[in-house]
Ligand binder design. Structure first.
Ligand code: PAF
Length: 286
């Protein structure tokens, strides 16, 4: 049975004991509302360590005032059952009061990477992510941490943070898992009604169409971006926040001929969705 740990002191004790026994710890940070995307991360992580800890913490600091913190789906009983079936040994579910004690004011932030793309629309988001992931690293003391490619910019930022702060942690990025109709799995898909879901499918259709052009030899980033945009724009009920062909390491605008990631953010009603596709590159573990 997957053990559930809620206090920071108990998690620290467990991590120390595991390390003292020479066991390799993997951490899969999540905000719960687990779906097949998370479960695939767990399965990948489980093979890379002796013990897999999944954290479930809906992190308040990565949501802005106007965002969905209050209605973000929460169901610990269901999550615990799914985590257990997918190889999790421990669930770490701390409280916000303990994670962010009274007068907490220290944050971790990548200066530039957190301001572009998603950062232009969600200026405080990545600071919340890098701060909470640093806190989790300090408590769970993992040897390896795993994140999903779906949040591509987040993975680039966390890789940079691990490097810059010399966290002694190996980072793995696992591929995006999609629904049968191509929609990237996300806890936020639960907000979509059937019609909105149809509109949301245009994101992956656009990305696949750009992939088709790339495979036929197209290397001009603007043409690839336009392809994604035109597919989405032809669909009713979806608004584009951005479509950008970016360098997969720096997230700077992609130059013609180099590998690129096309990152997309779009809104369907009140729901914000992101997705991406890598062209000419594979995700790499470091
Ligand atoms: O990707 C997520 O679910 C969150 O941003 C993370 C990494 C768990 C931090 O709260």
């Amino acid at each position: 049975v997957t053990g559930i740990i809620t206090s920071i002191a108990a998690m620290r004790r467990e991590a120390e004991a595991l390390r003292a026994r020479g066991q390799r710890i993997a951490l899969a940070p999540t905000m719960g509302a687990l779906h097949e995307g998370h479960l695939s991360l767990f399965r990948v992580a489980r093979r890379r360590a002796d013990v897999l800890v999944a954290s479930i913490f809906v992190n308040p600091t990565q949501f802005a005032e106007n965002e969905d913190f209050g209605r973000y789906p929460r169901n610990l009983r269901r999550d615990a059952a799914l985590a257990e079936q997918s190889g999790c040994d421990l669930l770490f579910c701390p409280s916000a009061a303990e994670m962010y004690p009274h007068m907490h004011e220290t944050t971790v932030m990548t200066d530039n990477l957190s301001r572009i793309l998603e950062g232009e629309h969600r200026p405080t988001h990545f600071r919340g992510v890098t701060t909470v992931v640093s806190i989790l690293f300090n408590i769970v003391k993992p040897h390896v941490a795993i994140f999903g490619q779906k949040d591509f910019q987040q993975s680039v930022i966390l890789r940079r943070m691990i490097r810059d702060l010399h966290f002694d942690i190996e980072m793995i990025v696992a591929p995006t898992i999609r629904e049968a109709d191509g929609l990237a799995m996300s806890s936020r898909n639960a907000y979509l009604d059937p019609q909105q879901r149809l509109a949301a499918l245009s994101i992956n259709r656009g990305l696949q169409s750009a992939r088709g052009l790339y495979e036929a030899g197209e290397r001009n980033p603007a043409v690839l971006e336009n392809e994604v945009e035109s597919v989405i724009l032809a669909t009713e009920g979806i608004e584009i926040d951005y479509v950008r062909a970016s360098n997969p390491e720096t997230l700077a605008p992609s130059k013609e001929g180099e590998p690129c990631v096309i990152v997309v953010a779009a809104r369907v009603g009140a729901t914000r969705l992101i997705d991406n596709i890598l062209l000419g590159a594979e995700i790499e573990a470091s």
